[in-house]
Design a protein around this ligand. Sequence first.
Ligand SMILES: [Mg+2]
Length: 463
Amino acid sequence: MNKQPVISSKENDINASNRRDFLKKASIGGLGMGFLGNNPEGYISSDNNDSDMESSASSNIRITDLRCAVIGNSPIVRIVTDQGISGYGQIESAKASYIKPHVLFYKDYLVGEDPTNVERVMMKIRRMGSFKPWGSAVSAIEMALWDIAGRAANLPVYKLLGGKVRDQVRCYCTTMHRMPVWGNTPQDYADWGARVRDSEHGFSIIKSTIAYHSPMPSQVPNFTYRNISPAAKGSRDYFYYRGPLTGSGIKYITKHVEAMRKGLGDDHDLVLDCGPGFMLSDAIRVAKALEPFNIMWLEDMLTGDYTPYVLADDYRRLTESTSVPIHTGEQLYLRQNFRELIERHAVNILGPDPADMGGIAELKWVAEFADLYGIQIAPHGIFNGVLGVAAHVQVGATMPENYIAFEYSHPDPVWWCDIVEGLPDPVVKNGLVDVWDRPGMGVDFIVSRARKHLREEDKNFFD
Ligand SMILES: [Mg+2]
Protein backbone atom coordinates (compact mmCIF):
# COMPACT_ATOMS: atom_id res chain seq x y z
CA MET A 1 0.00 0.00 0.00
CA ASN A 2 1.22 3.46 -0.86
CA LYS A 3 1.75 5.43 2.32
CA GLN A 4 1.78 8.84 0.66
CA PRO A 5 -0.90 11.05 2.21
CA VAL A 6 -2.61 11.64 -1.09
CA ILE A 7 -6.25 12.66 -1.01
CA SER A 8 -7.23 11.24 -4.33
CA SER A 9 -10.97 11.54 -4.38
CA LYS A 10 -11.93 14.20 -6.83
CA GLU A 11 -14.46 15.69 -4.49
CA ASN A 12 -11.86 16.01 -1.75
CA ASP A 13 -9.42 17.81 -4.01
CA ILE A 14 -10.71 21.18 -2.94
CA ASN A 15 -7.96 23.71 -3.12
CA ALA A 16 -6.25 24.89 0.01
CA SER A 17 -7.62 28.42 -0.01
CA ASN A 18 -11.18 27.21 -0.41
CA ARG A 19 -10.63 24.85 2.49
CA ARG A 20 -9.21 27.65 4.66
CA ASP A 21 -12.14 29.90 3.83
CA PHE A 22 -14.49 27.14 4.64
CA LEU A 23 -12.75 26.30 7.92
CA LYS A 24 -13.14 29.87 9.09
CA LYS A 25 -16.86 29.62 8.55
CA ALA A 26 -17.35 26.04 9.61
CA SER A 27 -18.71 25.02 12.92
CA ILE A 28 -16.25 23.12 15.00
CA GLY A 29 -18.31 24.12 18.02
CA GLY A 30 -21.37 22.61 16.45
CA LEU A 31 -20.04 19.14 15.76
CA GLY A 32 -22.81 17.00 17.01
CA MET A 33 -22.16 15.11 20.22
CA GLY A 34 -20.35 17.75 22.20
CA PHE A 35 -17.36 15.42 22.50
CA LEU A 36 -15.10 17.91 20.75
CA GLY A 37 -11.63 17.79 22.18
CA ASN A 38 -8.69 20.16 21.92
CA ASN A 39 -8.05 22.06 18.76
CA PRO A 40 -4.28 21.84 18.42
CA GLU A 41 -2.42 24.30 16.26
CA GLY A 42 -1.72 22.93 12.87
CA TYR A 43 -5.01 21.16 12.44
CA ILE A 44 -7.05 24.26 11.90
CA SER A 45 -6.50 27.91 11.22
CA SER A 46 -4.90 29.40 14.33
CA ASP A 47 -6.80 32.66 13.86
CA ASN A 48 -9.94 30.86 14.90
CA ASN A 49 -11.32 33.11 17.63
CA ASP A 50 -14.53 33.68 19.48
CA SER A 51 -16.14 35.63 16.71
CA ASP A 52 -15.27 32.84 14.32
CA MET A 53 -16.87 30.40 16.72
CA GLU A 54 -19.99 32.54 16.87
CA SER A 55 -20.11 32.76 13.13
CA SER A 56 -19.89 28.99 13.07
CA ALA A 57 -23.65 28.93 13.43
CA SER A 58 -23.80 30.26 9.91
CA SER A 59 -21.73 27.41 8.48
CA ASN A 60 -23.29 26.77 5.13
CA ILE A 61 -22.05 23.33 4.14
CA ARG A 62 -25.03 21.36 2.97
CA ILE A 63 -25.70 17.76 1.96
CA THR A 64 -26.60 17.52 -1.72
CA ASP A 65 -26.78 13.75 -2.28
CA LEU A 66 -26.73 10.32 -0.66
CA ARG A 67 -25.43 7.41 -2.73
CA CYS A 68 -24.79 3.72 -2.21
CA ALA A 69 -22.69 1.38 -4.34
CA VAL A 70 -21.65 -2.21 -3.83
CA ILE A 71 -17.87 -2.37 -4.34
CA GLY A 72 -16.66 -5.93 -4.43
CA ASN A 73 -19.16 -7.34 -1.98
CA SER A 74 -19.28 -4.31 0.34
CA PRO A 75 -22.06 -1.71 0.33
CA ILE A 76 -20.45 1.75 0.48
CA VAL A 77 -22.38 4.85 1.49
CA ARG A 78 -21.32 8.26 0.16
CA ILE A 79 -22.71 11.57 1.41
CA VAL A 80 -21.99 14.40 -1.03
CA THR A 81 -21.91 18.09 -0.04
CA ASP A 82 -21.85 21.41 -1.82
CA GLN A 83 -18.37 22.21 -0.45
CA GLY A 84 -16.36 19.61 -2.37
CA ILE A 85 -16.19 17.29 0.62
CA SER A 86 -17.71 13.82 0.76
CA GLY A 87 -17.97 11.31 3.58
CA TYR A 88 -17.99 7.54 3.32
CA GLY A 89 -19.28 4.65 5.42
CA GLN A 90 -19.30 0.90 4.89
CA ILE A 91 -21.96 -1.72 5.58
CA GLU A 92 -21.02 -5.32 6.28
CA SER A 93 -20.72 -7.49 3.21
CA ALA A 94 -23.37 -9.96 4.36
CA LYS A 95 -26.00 -7.31 3.54
CA ALA A 96 -24.75 -6.53 0.03
CA SER A 97 -27.64 -8.14 -1.82
CA TYR A 98 -30.46 -6.09 -0.30
CA ILE A 99 -29.41 -3.04 1.75
CA LYS A 100 -29.02 -0.37 -0.95
CA PRO A 101 -32.72 0.63 -1.16
CA HIS A 102 -32.78 0.95 2.63
CA VAL A 103 -29.80 3.36 2.53
CA LEU A 104 -31.39 5.47 -0.20
CA PHE A 105 -34.64 5.63 1.77
CA TYR A 106 -32.92 8.19 4.03
CA LYS A 107 -31.85 10.54 1.21
CA ASP A 108 -34.77 12.94 1.51
CA TYR A 109 -34.09 13.33 5.24
CA LEU A 110 -30.46 14.28 4.63
CA VAL A 111 -30.42 16.57 1.61
CA GLY A 112 -30.18 20.21 2.68
CA GLU A 113 -28.86 19.44 6.17
CA ASP A 114 -25.53 20.60 7.59
CA PRO A 115 -23.56 17.31 7.88
CA THR A 116 -21.23 18.73 10.54
CA ASN A 117 -24.19 18.86 12.94
CA VAL A 118 -23.94 15.09 13.17
CA GLU A 119 -26.34 14.66 16.06
CA ARG A 120 -28.98 16.94 14.60
CA VAL A 121 -29.00 14.93 11.39
CA MET A 122 -29.02 11.63 13.30
CA MET A 123 -32.06 12.74 15.29
CA LYS A 124 -34.00 12.82 12.03
CA ILE A 125 -33.17 9.26 10.94
CA ARG A 126 -32.14 7.26 14.02
CA ARG A 127 -35.71 6.45 15.01
CA MET A 128 -36.26 4.71 11.67
CA GLY A 129 -33.62 2.03 12.11
CA SER A 130 -33.87 -1.18 14.09
CA PHE A 131 -32.01 -4.30 15.25
CA LYS A 132 -29.60 -5.98 12.83
CA PRO A 133 -29.79 -5.80 9.83
CA TRP A 134 -31.97 -2.66 9.81
CA GLY A 135 -29.61 -0.44 11.78
CA SER A 136 -26.80 -0.66 9.28
CA ALA A 137 -27.93 2.08 6.88
CA VAL A 138 -28.35 4.56 9.73
CA SER A 139 -24.96 3.48 11.13
CA ALA A 140 -23.06 3.89 7.86
CA ILE A 141 -24.65 7.30 7.36
CA GLU A 142 -23.50 8.31 10.84
CA MET A 143 -19.94 7.28 10.01
CA ALA A 144 -20.05 9.22 6.74
CA LEU A 145 -21.28 12.31 8.63
CA TRP A 146 -18.35 12.09 11.06
CA ASP A 147 -16.04 11.63 8.08
CA ILE A 148 -17.32 14.90 6.60
CA ALA A 149 -17.19 16.68 9.97
CA GLY A 150 -13.56 15.66 10.40
CA ARG A 151 -12.57 16.65 6.88
CA ALA A 152 -14.36 19.99 7.23
CA ALA A 153 -12.54 20.74 10.48
CA ASN A 154 -9.28 19.24 9.15
CA LEU A 155 -9.23 16.96 12.19
CA PRO A 156 -9.20 13.20 12.58
CA VAL A 157 -12.55 11.92 13.83
CA TYR A 158 -11.06 10.74 17.13
CA LYS A 159 -10.44 14.42 17.98
CA LEU A 160 -14.14 15.16 17.51
CA LEU A 161 -15.06 12.24 19.79
CA GLY A 162 -12.99 13.55 22.67
CA GLY A 163 -9.41 12.83 21.68
CA LYS A 164 -7.07 9.91 22.08
CA VAL A 165 -7.01 7.71 25.16
CA ARG A 166 -4.55 5.38 23.36
CA ASP A 167 -2.14 5.63 20.44
CA GLN A 168 -2.76 2.05 19.29
CA VAL A 169 -6.06 0.20 19.15
CA ARG A 170 -6.10 -3.54 19.78
CA CYS A 171 -8.07 -5.86 17.51
CA TYR A 172 -8.77 -9.57 17.61
CA CYS A 173 -8.87 -12.31 14.98
CA THR A 174 -11.94 -14.32 14.10
CA THR A 175 -10.94 -17.59 12.44
CA MET A 176 -14.29 -19.08 11.47
CA HIS A 177 -14.10 -18.10 7.80
CA ARG A 178 -10.37 -17.66 7.17
CA MET A 179 -8.91 -20.42 9.31
CA PRO A 180 -11.64 -22.92 10.15
CA VAL A 181 -11.10 -26.18 11.97
CA TRP A 182 -10.40 -28.99 9.52
CA GLY A 183 -12.18 -32.10 10.82
CA ASN A 184 -14.12 -33.25 13.83
CA THR A 185 -11.65 -34.99 16.13
CA PRO A 186 -10.08 -33.40 19.23
CA GLN A 187 -6.73 -33.66 17.39
CA ASP A 188 -8.20 -31.59 14.53
CA TYR A 189 -9.12 -28.92 17.08
CA ALA A 190 -5.67 -29.06 18.67
CA ASP A 191 -4.09 -28.74 15.21
CA TRP A 192 -6.27 -25.70 14.58
CA GLY A 193 -4.90 -24.09 17.74
CA ALA A 194 -1.31 -24.68 16.64
CA ARG A 195 -2.09 -23.35 13.16
CA VAL A 196 -3.72 -20.07 14.20
CA ARG A 197 -1.30 -19.40 17.06
CA ASP A 198 1.45 -18.29 14.71
CA SER A 199 -0.73 -16.68 12.04
CA GLU A 200 -0.06 -13.27 10.51
CA HIS A 201 -0.49 -9.95 12.31
CA GLY A 202 0.45 -11.25 15.77
CA PHE A 203 -3.06 -11.31 17.19
CA SER A 204 -3.11 -12.15 20.89
CA ILE A 205 -6.86 -12.80 21.00
CA ILE A 206 -8.24 -15.57 18.76
CA LYS A 207 -11.95 -16.31 18.27
CA SER A 208 -13.42 -19.57 17.05
CA THR A 209 -16.88 -21.06 17.03
CA ILE A 210 -18.65 -23.89 18.82
CA ALA A 211 -22.15 -25.30 19.17
CA TYR A 212 -24.88 -23.32 17.40
CA HIS A 213 -22.40 -20.88 15.83
CA SER A 214 -20.55 -23.77 14.20
CA PRO A 215 -21.30 -26.83 12.09
CA MET A 216 -21.43 -29.03 15.23
CA PRO A 217 -25.26 -29.40 15.32
CA SER A 218 -25.36 -30.61 11.73
CA GLN A 219 -22.16 -32.66 11.70
CA VAL A 220 -22.02 -34.30 15.12
CA PRO A 221 -24.44 -37.18 15.71
CA ASN A 222 -26.62 -36.91 18.82
CA PHE A 223 -25.45 -33.36 19.50
CA THR A 224 -28.84 -31.74 20.11
CA TYR A 225 -32.55 -32.36 20.60
CA ARG A 226 -33.36 -29.42 18.35
CA ASN A 227 -36.63 -29.54 16.46
CA ILE A 228 -35.86 -29.57 12.77
CA SER A 229 -37.77 -26.81 11.02
CA PRO A 230 -37.91 -25.77 7.37
CA ALA A 231 -35.98 -22.62 8.31
CA ALA A 232 -33.03 -24.84 9.30
CA LYS A 233 -32.56 -25.94 5.71
CA GLY A 234 -30.18 -23.91 3.57
CA SER A 235 -26.55 -23.17 2.91
CA ARG A 236 -25.97 -21.47 6.28
CA ASP A 237 -28.42 -23.69 8.08
CA TYR A 238 -26.63 -23.91 11.41
CA PHE A 239 -27.47 -20.29 12.18
CA TYR A 240 -31.12 -21.28 12.37
CA TYR A 241 -30.68 -24.05 14.90
CA ARG A 242 -32.00 -23.58 18.40
CA GLY A 243 -32.90 -26.10 21.02
CA PRO A 244 -31.80 -28.35 23.91
CA LEU A 245 -28.37 -29.97 23.80
CA THR A 246 -27.83 -33.63 24.61
CA GLY A 247 -25.51 -34.66 27.41
CA SER A 248 -23.15 -36.08 24.83
CA GLY A 249 -23.31 -32.78 22.92
CA ILE A 250 -22.13 -30.94 26.03
CA LYS A 251 -19.32 -33.50 26.50
CA TYR A 252 -18.34 -33.07 22.84
CA ILE A 253 -18.02 -29.30 23.30
CA THR A 254 -15.96 -29.70 26.47
CA LYS A 255 -13.55 -32.24 24.98
CA HIS A 256 -12.97 -30.23 21.82
CA VAL A 257 -12.52 -26.89 23.59
CA GLU A 258 -9.94 -28.54 25.85
CA ALA A 259 -8.10 -29.65 22.69
CA MET A 260 -8.31 -26.13 21.23
CA ARG A 261 -6.80 -24.66 24.35
CA LYS A 262 -3.97 -27.24 24.34
CA GLY A 263 -3.18 -26.51 20.68
CA LEU A 264 -3.29 -22.75 21.14
CA GLY A 265 -1.12 -22.76 24.27
CA ASP A 266 -1.31 -20.34 27.14
CA ASP A 267 0.10 -17.24 25.46
CA HIS A 268 -3.07 -16.42 23.51
CA ASP A 269 -6.55 -15.63 24.71
CA LEU A 270 -9.29 -17.87 23.37
CA VAL A 271 -12.77 -16.53 22.60
CA LEU A 272 -15.71 -18.77 21.62
CA ASP A 273 -18.71 -17.58 19.62
CA CYS A 274 -21.46 -20.00 20.62
CA GLY A 275 -24.88 -19.20 19.28
CA PRO A 276 -27.52 -17.94 19.50
CA GLY A 277 -29.63 -20.98 20.17
CA PHE A 278 -28.88 -22.26 23.69
CA MET A 279 -31.56 -22.99 26.23
CA LEU A 280 -30.65 -21.06 29.40
CA SER A 281 -29.94 -24.18 31.47
CA ASP A 282 -27.73 -25.64 28.74
CA ALA A 283 -25.82 -22.37 28.50
CA ILE A 284 -25.18 -22.56 32.25
CA ARG A 285 -24.03 -26.21 32.01
CA VAL A 286 -21.66 -25.50 29.11
CA ALA A 287 -20.21 -22.34 30.68
CA LYS A 288 -19.48 -24.20 33.92
CA ALA A 289 -17.98 -27.15 32.02
CA LEU A 290 -15.60 -24.78 30.20
CA GLU A 291 -14.37 -23.01 33.33
CA PRO A 292 -11.06 -24.95 33.51
CA PHE A 293 -9.93 -23.81 30.05
CA ASN A 294 -9.22 -20.13 30.58
CA ILE A 295 -11.75 -18.82 28.06
CA MET A 296 -11.68 -15.04 27.57
CA TRP A 297 -15.38 -14.86 26.82
CA LEU A 298 -18.35 -16.96 25.66
CA GLU A 299 -20.26 -14.98 23.03
CA ASP A 300 -23.94 -14.89 22.10
CA MET A 301 -25.14 -18.06 23.80
CA LEU A 302 -28.77 -16.92 24.20
CA THR A 303 -29.09 -14.12 21.65
CA GLY A 304 -26.81 -12.82 18.89
CA ASP A 305 -26.85 -12.58 15.13
CA TYR A 306 -30.27 -11.47 13.85
CA THR A 307 -32.16 -11.97 17.13
CA PRO A 308 -34.15 -8.77 17.64
CA TYR A 309 -34.40 -8.94 21.44
CA VAL A 310 -32.24 -8.51 24.55
CA LEU A 311 -33.16 -11.09 27.28
CA ALA A 312 -31.27 -9.22 30.01
CA ASP A 313 -32.65 -11.30 32.89
CA ASP A 314 -31.67 -14.57 31.22
CA TYR A 315 -28.17 -13.22 30.62
CA ARG A 316 -27.93 -12.09 34.23
CA ARG A 317 -28.72 -15.61 35.45
CA LEU A 318 -26.14 -17.07 33.06
CA THR A 319 -23.46 -14.54 34.03
CA GLU A 320 -24.03 -15.06 37.75
CA SER A 321 -23.76 -18.84 37.35
CA THR A 322 -20.21 -19.03 35.97
CA SER A 323 -16.71 -17.61 36.24
CA VAL A 324 -16.34 -17.53 32.42
CA PRO A 325 -16.99 -13.97 31.15
CA ILE A 326 -20.25 -13.74 29.19
CA HIS A 327 -20.48 -11.51 26.10
CA THR A 328 -23.26 -10.37 23.76
CA GLY A 329 -24.63 -7.36 21.87
CA GLU A 330 -23.67 -7.48 18.18
CA GLN A 331 -27.27 -7.38 16.96
CA LEU A 332 -28.53 -4.60 19.26
CA TYR A 333 -29.55 -1.18 17.95
CA LEU A 334 -29.07 2.04 19.92
CA ARG A 335 -27.95 2.70 23.47
CA GLN A 336 -31.42 2.14 24.89
CA ASN A 337 -31.22 -1.56 24.10
CA PHE A 338 -27.98 -1.89 26.09
CA ARG A 339 -29.42 -0.22 29.15
CA GLU A 340 -30.83 -3.30 30.91
CA LEU A 341 -27.78 -5.42 30.10
CA ILE A 342 -25.61 -2.77 31.74
CA GLU A 343 -27.76 -1.67 34.67
CA ARG A 344 -28.48 -5.28 35.70
CA HIS A 345 -24.86 -6.41 35.27
CA ALA A 346 -26.33 -9.00 32.92
CA VAL A 347 -23.07 -9.60 31.02
CA ASN A 348 -19.36 -9.10 31.66
CA ILE A 349 -18.49 -7.87 28.16
CA LEU A 350 -20.53 -6.10 25.48
CA GLY A 351 -19.86 -6.52 21.75
CA PRO A 352 -21.79 -3.79 19.92
CA ASP A 353 -21.15 -3.38 16.22
CA PRO A 354 -20.85 0.30 15.27
CA ALA A 355 -22.07 -0.62 11.79
CA ASP A 356 -25.32 -2.02 13.23
CA MET A 357 -25.95 -0.19 16.52
CA GLY A 358 -26.27 3.33 15.13
CA GLY A 359 -22.67 4.42 14.64
CA ILE A 360 -19.42 5.27 16.36
CA ALA A 361 -20.70 7.96 18.72
CA GLU A 362 -23.38 5.49 19.83
CA LEU A 363 -20.65 2.93 20.54
CA LYS A 364 -18.66 5.44 22.56
CA TRP A 365 -21.72 6.33 24.59
CA VAL A 366 -22.42 2.66 25.42
CA ALA A 367 -18.76 2.08 26.28
CA GLU A 368 -18.73 5.02 28.68
CA PHE A 369 -21.95 3.91 30.35
CA ALA A 370 -20.77 0.29 30.59
CA ASP A 371 -17.53 1.44 32.21
CA LEU A 372 -19.52 2.88 35.11
CA TYR A 373 -20.72 -0.66 35.82
CA GLY A 374 -17.41 -2.49 35.34
CA ILE A 375 -18.55 -4.00 32.06
CA GLN A 376 -15.96 -4.34 29.31
CA ILE A 377 -16.21 -3.64 25.56
CA ALA A 378 -15.09 -5.84 22.66
CA PRO A 379 -16.93 -4.56 19.57
CA HIS A 380 -18.06 -6.79 16.72
CA GLY A 381 -17.08 -6.06 13.11
CA ILE A 382 -16.06 -9.16 11.16
CA PHE A 383 -17.54 -8.09 7.81
CA ASN A 384 -17.31 -4.29 8.16
CA GLY A 385 -14.44 -3.98 5.68
CA VAL A 386 -11.66 -1.44 5.30
CA LEU A 387 -13.77 1.63 6.13
CA GLY A 388 -15.23 -0.34 9.02
CA VAL A 389 -11.73 -0.86 10.40
CA ALA A 390 -11.09 2.88 10.08
CA ALA A 391 -14.27 3.63 12.03
CA HIS A 392 -13.29 1.11 14.73
CA VAL A 393 -9.84 2.68 15.07
CA GLN A 394 -11.16 6.25 15.27
CA VAL A 395 -13.65 5.45 18.03
CA GLY A 396 -11.46 2.79 19.66
CA ALA A 397 -8.77 5.42 20.23
CA THR A 398 -11.23 7.34 22.41
CA MET A 399 -12.74 4.48 24.43
CA PRO A 400 -12.45 4.36 28.20
CA GLU A 401 -10.25 1.78 29.90
CA ASN A 402 -12.88 -0.96 29.80
CA TYR A 403 -11.96 -1.38 26.12
CA ILE A 404 -10.49 -4.76 25.09
CA ALA A 405 -10.30 -5.03 21.28
CA PHE A 406 -12.42 -4.81 18.14
CA GLU A 407 -13.06 -7.68 15.75
CA TYR A 408 -10.75 -7.12 12.78
CA SER A 409 -12.22 -7.27 9.28
CA HIS A 410 -9.62 -8.59 6.85
CA PRO A 411 -9.75 -6.83 3.46
CA ASP A 412 -12.06 -8.92 1.29
CA PRO A 413 -11.23 -9.14 -1.56
CA VAL A 414 -7.59 -8.24 -0.87
CA TRP A 415 -7.63 -5.61 -3.65
CA TRP A 416 -9.43 -3.35 -1.21
CA CYS A 417 -5.96 -2.42 0.04
CA ASP A 418 -5.08 -1.14 -3.44
CA ILE A 419 -8.09 1.14 -3.93
CA VAL A 420 -7.79 3.15 -0.71
CA GLU A 421 -5.11 5.34 0.79
CA GLY A 422 -4.33 6.20 4.39
CA LEU A 423 -4.26 2.95 6.35
CA PRO A 424 -1.00 1.92 8.02
CA ASP A 425 0.99 -0.74 6.16
CA PRO A 426 0.63 -3.36 7.44
CA VAL A 427 -2.65 -2.38 9.09
CA VAL A 428 -2.13 -4.66 12.10
CA LYS A 429 1.15 -5.20 13.93
CA ASN A 430 1.29 -7.41 17.03
CA GLY A 431 -2.50 -7.30 17.18
CA LEU A 432 -2.50 -3.48 17.30
CA VAL A 433 -3.35 -0.71 14.83
CA ASP A 434 -1.45 2.59 15.07
CA VAL A 435 -3.94 5.47 15.19
CA TRP A 436 -3.41 7.74 12.20
CA ASP A 437 -3.84 11.50 12.00
CA ARG A 438 -5.40 12.21 8.63
CA PRO A 439 -8.60 14.29 8.54
CA GLY A 440 -11.97 12.57 8.90
CA MET A 441 -11.85 8.81 9.08
CA GLY A 442 -8.49 9.16 7.32
CA VAL A 443 -9.08 6.72 4.48
CA ASP A 444 -9.51 7.97 0.92
CA PHE A 445 -10.55 6.16 -2.19
CA ILE A 446 -8.07 6.18 -5.07
CA VAL A 447 -10.89 6.86 -7.46
CA SER A 448 -9.07 5.84 -10.63
CA ARG A 449 -8.57 2.37 -9.15
CA ALA A 450 -11.81 2.03 -7.21
CA ARG A 451 -13.90 2.98 -10.21
CA LYS A 452 -12.84 -0.21 -11.99
CA HIS A 453 -14.65 -2.24 -9.35
CA LEU A 454 -17.98 -0.42 -9.66
CA ARG A 455 -20.93 -2.36 -10.99
CA GLU A 456 -22.67 -1.01 -14.08
CA GLU A 457 -25.62 0.35 -12.10
CA ASP A 458 -23.21 2.23 -9.77
CA LYS A 459 -20.85 3.59 -12.39
CA ASN A 460 -21.54 7.26 -11.47
CA PHE A 461 -20.87 6.70 -7.76
CA PHE A 462 -17.65 8.75 -7.64
CA ASP A 463 -18.77 11.46 -10.09
MG1 LIG B 1 -20.89 -13.16 17.49
